[in-house]
Write a protein that binds this ligand. Structure first.
Ligand code: PLP
Length: 514
């Protein structure tokens, strides 16, 4: 497939990957029957060939072995079960005669794609669905999972989607192939939970240059992304009866992770200068930790002012609290003076800095990092080891090469330009079609914008109507815990090519008219 240049290049790269994946998926079906646990019991009255036939038929009808699956050769299956080959041949012949299998001499036997009986026929009973209430009871507060997987060009503007252009896609393929060619011992065994040294060095160089983070490679721990880093922090910090501050409104996955871990969550209101530190100190002066997004508050997009940064750091130094800085999407700055990281201002080593490559590159990568104060490094690595041992060695090698060879910086530059254009197209379309209903300003940073509703219109109502018109706009009011909720829509712009923006906003306008 040729990757066309121009505005569609990202789009095509995306579909190219999806097609490859589908082909590989179909091929992989062919071998599962080799792992099926067939058994023969010679003490039974039923002849051996019939026992094999019945097991295969039941595996087919229950769906354990799917249409298109290649069956093992009669020779291999006979050897596996320690029976005569003729018994296996008879079983296969019966399946062929009844239409459960198909095949040509020499080409193997496959489970038929057109079965004589439908799937599930053997277990006539229907599975009883577990009620949502019961399921939630066993996992406590975890019923709040927010579906971000509904991300498509057909139904934009869900949050968190990124684009990868043809250049990055091509480089990624090359570097992956190179990493696989050198497939050596260091890829095969257990690696260090800390992460690969080359990658930690690159992350360190990048953070010092771009975010003024003060770090050494020993302080960098490679994670699968922000979510894992948060989970590790929560484990490392847990202590009985300790309160933690969260932003109100804030990132729901931080909130949920804390609630699920049994933390005492103290929501602190956010205004135009970021989280209200004075109010936090008044409400929970002895809090163990503060979870914040200072460079681009999620969801509102404001930056924590310098005065509040200094107030927060001074309080953390005196009280011994930890500040957990989630610096998501800081790579995508479109204008204005960026404030350097909070970690870079910290003289007392109270800040745990968390960054993600799942936004800078793509969410399916599942890779990120934490920069941990020296006193916490051992505890952090141990918690990571107990949770998940180590990051994938092959993936780390690809990302390390991508960063070391300068492709990461170039990718960020190109994507920043592309996302800026998409942001501008979205703002223009919203103002043109929905200016009477929404107030929207282009954000200086990030991957989403916030459009405030006018004249008391409920964001939840618009969210619902939008879905019916094939547009996902998330209601910001859902992210408030205690503070009086503001009604606004959050629209991701990073993942949606320019050409689909205006038609989608026209559909959203229809939802408003209704
Ligand atoms: C506030 C915030 N932090 C971090 C992330 C990235 O999370 P992860 O690296 O787990 O994909 C997101 C993604 O939506 C986010 O909204």
């Amino acid at each position: 497939m040729v990757l066309r240049k121009g505005p569609l290049e990202t789009y095509e790269a995306y579909h190219f990957w999806a097609d490859r994946f589908r082909e590989d998926f179909v091929k992989s079906r062919q071998s599962w029957a080799e792992l099926y646990a067939f058994e023969v019991d010679r003490a039974k009255d039923a002849p051996v060939f019939r026992q094999i036939y019945l097991q295969l038929r039941s595996a087919i009808l229950s769906g354990a072995l799917r249409p298109g699956t290649k069956l093992p050769s009669t020779r291999d299956l006979a050897a596996q079960l320690d029976v005569s080959r003729s018994a296996v041949v008879s079983a296969f012949e019966q399946l062929l005669a009844e239409g459960y299998a198909s095949g040509k001499k020499g080409a193997g036997t496959y489970i038929a794609s057109d079965l004589p009986e439908p799937f599930g026929a053997i277990h006539g009973r229907k599975k009883r669905p577990v009620s949502a209430a019961k399921a939630a009871a066993s996992s406590r507060e975890l019923g709040g999972f927010v579906d971000v997987t509904t991300q498509s060009d057909e139904c934009p503007f869900n949050l968190g989607r990124t684009l990868v252009d043809a250049r990055t896609a091509e480089l990624w393929r090359k570097l992956s192939a190179r990493s696989l060619r050198s497939f050596g011992r260091h890829h095969l065994g257990y690696g260090h939970p800390h992460g690969m040294l080359e990658l930690r060095k690159s992350v360190c160089d990048y953070l010092q240059a771009a975010r003024a983070v003060r770090c050494e490679p020993e302080q960098v721990v490679i994670t699968s992304g922000t979510q894992q880093a948060l989970d590790i922090v929560i484990r490392v910090m847990q202590g009985p009866d300790k309160e933690v501050w969260i932003e109100d409104p804030g990132y729901s996955l931080t909130h949920l992770a804390l609630v699920a871990a049994g933390a005492k969550v103290c929501p602190i209101p956010v205004d135009q200068y970021g989280v209200n530190v004075t109010e936090g100190i008044r409400r929970a002066p002895k809090a163990r930790a503060v979870f914040i997004t200072p460079s681009h508050q999620f969801p509102k997009g404001v930056a924590l002012s310098m005065a509040r940064r200094l107030e927060l750091l001074a309080w953390a130094r005196e009280s011994g609290a930890w500040i957990v800085e989630d610096d998501y999407a800081s790579e995508f700055r479109y204008g204005g003076q960026p404030l350097a990281s909070l970690q870079g201002l910290d003289e007392a080593e109270r800040v745990i800095y968390i960054g993600t490559l799942n936004k800078a590159l793509f969410p399916g990568l599942r890779m990120g990092y934490a920069v941990v104060p020296p006193s916490l490094v051992r505890a952090f690595i141990t918690a990571r080891y107990l949770m998940d041992r180590q990051p994938s060695s092959l993936c780390q090698a690809v990302v390390a090469a991508f960063m070391e060879e300068g492709h990461f910086a170039a990718h960020i530059r190109r994507m920043r330009e592309m996302y800026r254009n998409q942001r501008d197209a979205l703002v223009a379309a919203l103002r043109r079609r929905l200016g009477d209903h929404l107030t929207v300003d282009p954000p200086d940073q990030g991957m989403h914008l916030v459009a405030y509703t006018r004249s008391g219109l409920s964001d939840v109502t618009v969210e619902r109507a939008g879905r019916e018109h094939g547009v996902i706009v998330r209601a910001m009011s859902r992210l408030y815990v205690e503070a009086p909720a503001q009604s606004a829509l959050m629209l991701g712009f990073s993942g949606y090519p320019r050409q689909i923006i205006a038609p989608a906003i026209a559909r959203l306008a229809q939802a408003f008219e209704r």
